[in-house]
Ligand binder design. Structure first.
Ligand SMILES: [Fe+2]
Length: 418
């Protein structure tokens, strides 16, 4: 795991909850959680130069400066402006610049053009963050108890939202660095997580299980309602698929055999010229991968990373196996059977990202957070090396389009008794 001094070291305490024995008021817990999460964003950004922070390498990836400003706008738009009397916006134009996709919050700058916004500069975005930080901490400090109870869920979703962007800051800068012939290191001292070394399979017999978020702790709305699913019989690998196994797939002509691929996946292979996972380069006969520590030789024992859903699916077919469904993954993970379920790579499942039975999006603009994306994407489970620890949970549903591979994405395999 990253060392404690790493820019992606994490806090382990759930947001807004204290594990210390001294009684702490909710007001103090929220203040501390807010300060900690906001500081983590700045810690991750601190390794990036102003030039690094402006670049946008593709429409799906955003500049680091934009992430810093957009997470701030989220608090300003949904928490401070409606709830802090007398609040004066830092700059009224920022609502247009830094709204991402909230139609109910008004018009917004086009996503593919984020990298063309050189002003406000990095320093001014820092001032914007400080302005909103002061407003949020004032609101938390001065709100009466009833108001605090009412706004706490907005603080909480704002912090969880910012943690999602903390991960994206790293995936997006890595994508930008991949376009730099010098293969820059985000952090030369960064080391990949160590695989757990678990082997074997988890065997689930046929049964009806409840999946989905079912306690009072925070979750995104897409994690519920909890509901019953018929699961099994299925066998799920305890270990993630490794680079060594992926090299066997490559040597066996995996990227050249259309019989292994979904039709859309094969189109993508040909259009993009894929012959290896994302960020892999062959140098003098040895495969290298761009990591947060720069270009490194591929470690055969490490979990494969930066593969798309199409690649994961083709690999599973080549191996004579399948990707687990998200319900199978969750039941196995709840039982503690999966090695490296969290903190290494997000794991593709074969489940389409769709609403759970009875799902209804939250009312208002925040209802746009998850629900409107529930088509044409696939679910990933677990979490990655870039996910803040307090942001991982067994019911978490991440989702991306099948060709995406700039996230830290890998897989584990499943199969079914004949
Ligand atoms: Fe966002």
């Amino acid at each position: 795991m990253p060392s404690a001094s790493s820019p992606i070291a994490r806090t382990r305490e759930p947001l807004g909850h204290s594990t210390s024995s001294a009684p702490e008021t909710p007001r103090e817990r929220w203040r501390k959680a807010f300060v900690a999460v906001r500081a983590e964003t700045e810690r991750r950004a601190a390794r990036l130069s102003p030039e690094d922070q402006v670049v946008q390498s593709m429409p799906d990836a955003s500049p680091a400066k934009w992430h810093r400003a957009h997470t701030t706008w989220f608090f300003e738009q949904f928490l401070v402006t409606p709830n802090l009397p007398g609040y004066k916006a830092f700059d009224p134009r920022f609502g247009y610049l830094f709204n991402s996709y909230y139609v109910a919050a008004g018009p917004r700058h086009a996503r593919p053009m984020r990298g063309l916004v050189t002003r406000p500069g990095v320093a001014e975005v820092g001032d914007y963050r400080a302005h909103v930080d002061a407003a949020v901490t004032k609101l938390i400090a001065e709100a009466d108890d009833a108001t605090l109870a009412r706004i706490a869920p907005i603080v909480e979703i704002g912090l969880n939202h910012e943690q999602q962007h903390q991960e994206l800051m790293l995936t997006d800068i890595l994508h930008a660095f991949a376009h730099n012939p010098t293969a820059p290191a985000y952090d030369a001292d960064w080391r990949p997580p160590t695989a757990s070394g678990e082997v074997g399979i988890v065997e689930l017999t046929e049964g009806i299980h409840t999946i989905g978020h079912d306690d009072a702790s925070f979750c995104f709305d897409n994690e519920g309602p909890p509901h019953r699913e018929l699961v099994g019989p299925v066998r799920i690998a305890r270990a993630l698929v490794t680079n060594g196994e992926w090299l066997e797939f490559m040597r066996d002509g995996g990227y050249a055999n259309p019989a292994l691929w979904l039709s859309d996946g094969w189109d993508e292979v040909r259009a993009e010229g894929w012959t290896a996972p994302g960020y892999w380069t062959e140098i003098d006969g040895t495969w290298h991968s761009l990591t947060l520590a720069g270009r490194q030789p591929v470690d055969a024992a490490a979990p494969v990373c930066h593969v798309s859903y199409y690649e994961a699916d083709a690999f599973a077919r080549w191996a004579g196996k399948h990707l687990p469904s998200e319900a199978e993954w969750e039941v196995a993970a709840r039982g503690g059977g999966l090695g490296d379920a969290f903190g290494v790579v997000w794991q593709w499942t074969r489940s389409a990202y769709a609403p759970y039975p009875g799902y209804r999006a939250t009312e208002g603009a925040l209802g746009e957070y998850n629900g409107k994306f529930m088509v044409n994407q696939m679910v990933l489970r677990g979490s990655s090396l870039a996910t803040p620890d307090a942001h991982s949970r067994v019911t978490y549903r991440n989702f991306f389009y099948p060709p995406a591979r700039w996230q830290f994405t890998g897989l584990r395999l499943a199969d079914y008794p004949a």
